[in-house]
Design a binder for this molecule. Sequence first.
Ligand code: AHG
Ligand code: MN
Ligand code: MN
Length: 282
Amino acid sequence: MEKIINKIEEIALKIDNLIKTGESGYSETSNQTGDIQLKLDIQSDEIIEEEFKDVDSIKAIISEEKEDILNLNEDGEYVVCYDPLDGSSIVDYNLSVGSIFGIYKGGLNGENIVASIYIVYGPRVEMVKTIKGSKPIHYRLVGDKFVEQGEITMEQKGKLNAPGSTQKNWYPYHKELIESLFQEGYRLRYSGGMVPDLHQILLKGGGLFSYPGTTDKPKGKLRDLFEVIPFALAYIEAGAEAIDDKGISLLELETEHPHDTSPCFFGSKYEIAKVREAYNGK
Ligand code: AHG
Ligand code: MN
Ligand code: MN
């Protein structure tokens, strides 16, 4: 596992450099989800594949940008699922973006994630590493080294509300939930990049990030293996919660296809109790 983590740190430096120096704009291809790929999406994916190729402990990789699983080493212990560049729709407008990695041992389900790492490429480059069973650890890039900043612990309640997806397609009970938080004084914080949005809530110690099922997309948009489950591990180990629209922990998600998506809610205990109340029986 340590080798994989070291590789991810090297990858982060390369992708950061790519974002700063690479070409903007779209390629001519789409990914499995149907999104038109940016040149940066494809190049970030190539960087990661290249770096992971010589890590013996990686059995296979699954990328948001690849249709199928790519087998690397038959005797490898881990499958690494990743979103090379999260925030394709905002990177060319110079908002913060990220990379997300979920490291799985055994089947590709929530309960088999053993570690997750995400990187935020913002005014600073930061990394959060969560090993199952321990608190997430926050790092900041200083020169070419990630320097530890401390453990992350969430409070019982926060002040931020980050509601994703298209409001016109929200179910009435979801609309009521989001509105009730604003009525309580919560402030809107939504950039369109789940990495900086979830990172802000984690570091400020509380709040709610939601990406619900909607009338046009009942299973939501965010992908289980490389977006939802890795962040669920970070939130749950930080003492917060991460659930789906049935109130089930996102670490209990069972996936059938690498690109499956799920409605998801990440937040401190108070806000998640409100989600459960709003969604009860729906
Ligand atoms: P990606 O760039 O990897 O396709 O994912 C973007 C995701 C996520 O970062 C963000 O929270 C969400 O899409 C935003 O979607 P909406 O604009 O529909 O809210
Ligand atoms: Mn993404
Ligand atoms: Mn992506």
